[in-house]
Write a protein that binds this ligand. Structure first.
Ligand code: ADP
Ligand code: MG
Length: 306
């Protein structure tokens, strides 16, 4: 199947000579949730803005639903809904009118039943006759999403949808994104919150200094790069690490009551057996043990600082 978004050899040099994107290649599959994860200034908004036709590329090609974003701009843009990072909503317009108007901008005929559904899904229905400027920050965010969905796009971009958003709204957004995906909408969200990518994404792309440094299925990423940790609570305090153990990546906790062994989850676990045997030989007894996989956060921090 053709990808919903295809980005080939995309570069962006801003007017001041700053290169924000360097030879980006990326394909987004139909119906997936793709999280573009990267620190501030990495180029996330620039990439989205180019795909949505708001910023011009310096080089490269982009298609959305098969349409070239330059040659077939209108058709490409029609398939896309964008929830931008910045809210600009100081409007006297009512919620209902703003969302209906957005749909019209894409040349779609009015469809009140759709607008009603979107407003209800986003808990904005009660506010439909309110002026935008009177809405709370959270409601304004919901409104931005409603506008982006007004023309029934196949692809939805959410640029930092939950930056500075309270916990409740964040949960609601995640819920809404999942619902949209169930209906076949392709979702690309940018975030610098690892937990968001971990919670939501099917695939994760990591961007750093204008370069995509990795694209992986989330599950694969976590096992591929993940480390496991084995913690052993000792019966008796160890004053220092026995020499026999220093060959392994083992640490002794500060209080001397815990041994912490870190290993690659991909490797076979011979190391664990060897460690336990060595402990047995040394007569070191433990009363409990746990293993834990590293979170995406640890993986990400490791990658970005590599
Ligand atoms: N209009 C612009 N002119 C010059 N530099 C820009 C412009 N917009 C963004 N940048 C720079 O490009 C880099 C990437 O920005 P951006 O795409 O907003 O990153 P992100 O969304 O990942 O935080 C940053 O260093 C930013 O300062
Ligand atoms: Mg940004």
């Amino acid at each position: 199947m053709q990808p919903d978004i295809s980005v080939k050899h995309l570069s962006k040099v801003y007017g001041d000579g700053f290169q924000a994107l360097k030879d980006i290649n990326l394909e987004i599959r139909r119906g997936e949730i793709f999280a573009l994860l990267g620190p501030n200034g990495a180029g996330k908004t620039t990439l989205i803005s180019i795909i949505c036709g708001i910023v011009n590329a310096s080089a490269g090609e982009v298609t959305a639903a098969g349409y070239d974003i330059v040659k077939d701009y209108r058709k490409a843009r029609e398939t896309i809904g964008l929830v931008p990072q910045e809210l600009n909503t100081d409007s006297f317009e009512t919620v209902w009118n703003a969302v209906s108007f957005s749909r019209g901008l894409f040349g779609k005929p009015p469809k009140p039943a759709h607008i009603e559904k979107v407003l209800k899904d986003l808990s904005l229905w009660d506010k439909r006759n309110n002026r935008i400027m009177s809405l709370s920050g959270g409601m304004k965010r919901r409104l931005m999403i409603a506008k982006a969905l007004s023309h029934e796009p196949q692809i939805l971009f959410l640029d930092e949808p939950t930056a500075g958003v309270d916990v409740e709204l964040r949960r609601d957004m995640w819920e809404m994104v999942r619902k949209l995906r169930e209906h076949g909408v392709t979702i690309i969200l940018t975030t610098h919150y690892i937990e968001e990518a971990e919670e939501m994404a099917d695939r994760i792309g990591v961007i750093r200094d204008g370069e995509i440094i990795l694209v992986e299925d989330k599950a694969q990423l976590m096992t591929k790069l993940g480390k496991k940790e084995l913690r052993l609570q000792l019966q008796q305090k160890l004053d220092k690490m026995p020499g026999e153990l220093t060959l392994e990546p083992v640490e002794l906790s500060e209080d001397g009551y815990e041994l912490i062994y870190t290993f690659d989850s991909q490797q076979e676990q011979a190391g664990v057996a060897r460690l336990l045997r060595t402990l047995g030989d040394l007569g070191i007894e433990y009363r409990d043990l746990q293993t834990r996989e590293s979170s995406l956060e640890e993986i990400f921090v490791g990658l970005v600082h590599e």
